[in-house]
Unconditional design. Structure first.
Length: 239
């Protein structure tokens, strides 16, 4: 929740099943609300809300009031635990991602982590994933978008690129650093570089825009060592 003297504070009690206005502030090293932010990926603030079981994902862009209070409209689909991430660059500071927990009251029924897959379907769209997450290094991931079986070559820019990728580690919801590869091609391929800190399963959420609508494709991807295997507790020195 805090890093380099900056702290994320949620100001709203969450409810489920209906739209609500979520408000929050970021306070700086002087303990005052931050009011000046740099624009990154076309926005001053990227706000991500995910359920702890990683089956629900929302990427919203709040509005900033003069007093440093941010407000965004969102709906938490079900009771349970959620994690919010504020991704921003304060004026005069470095890029930060701060997290905070939301607890939505009700009968919580956690869902199992979606199975590992290299293909995601969103309506008429199919997104295929190529590349592997390798712990401890920057990994190239290429996502190819098609619609009704035909490659999409007229993706629309979204947040300064042809796609925006968020990667989270299952379990503790560690937020990975991801950046897009610059490209003049409007699809079907979108390439990113992601840094996975450890072996384990990760959830990838790709936002892309086509026909004036933003869609989200999601994947469960394992991070394995470069030889394709997860490390084991024992090592066979004969190999």
């Amino acid at each position: 929740m805090s890093q380099n003297g900056y702290t994320l504070s949620l100001l709203t009690t969450p409810v489920t099943g209906r739209p609500m206005d979520l408000t929050f502030r970021v306070t700086g090293p002087d303990q005052r609300p931050v009011t000046a932010y740099k624009v990154e990926h076309d926005k001053k603030m990227h706000f991500i809300v995910v359920s702890r079981d990683l089956t629900s994902f929302q990427h919203v862009h709040p509005e900033l009031a003069a007093d440093g209070t941010w407000k965004t409209r969102l709906t938490l689909p079900a009771p349970g635990a959620y994690r919010a991430f504020a991704d921003f660059v304060p004026e005069g500071g470095e890029k930060l991602t701060l997290g905070a927990d939301l607890q939505a009251a009700g009968d919580y029924q956690p869902q199992p982590l979606p199975h590992v897959s290299r293909t995601a379907t969103v309506g008429d769209y199919t997104v295929n994933l190529a590349g592997n997450l390798v712990p401890g290094q920057s990994s190239k991931l290429t996502l190819t978008v098609s619609k009704n079986g035909k490659p999409v070559t007229d993706l629309q820019p979204y947040l300064g690129a042809y796609g925006h990728l968020v990667a989270l580690r299952a379990g503790d919801l560690a937020y990975l650093h991801v950046h897009p590869e610059e490209s003049e091609q409007a699809g079907p391929e979108i390439t990113f570089y992601a840094e996975a800190p450890s072996v384990g399963n990760y959830r990838l959420f790709l936002d892309f825009q086509h026909d004036d609508q933003v869609r989200t494709a999601s994947f469960t991807v394992p991070a394995t060592l470069a030889d394709g295997h997860a490390p084991s507790a024992t090592h066979d020195h004969g190999h």
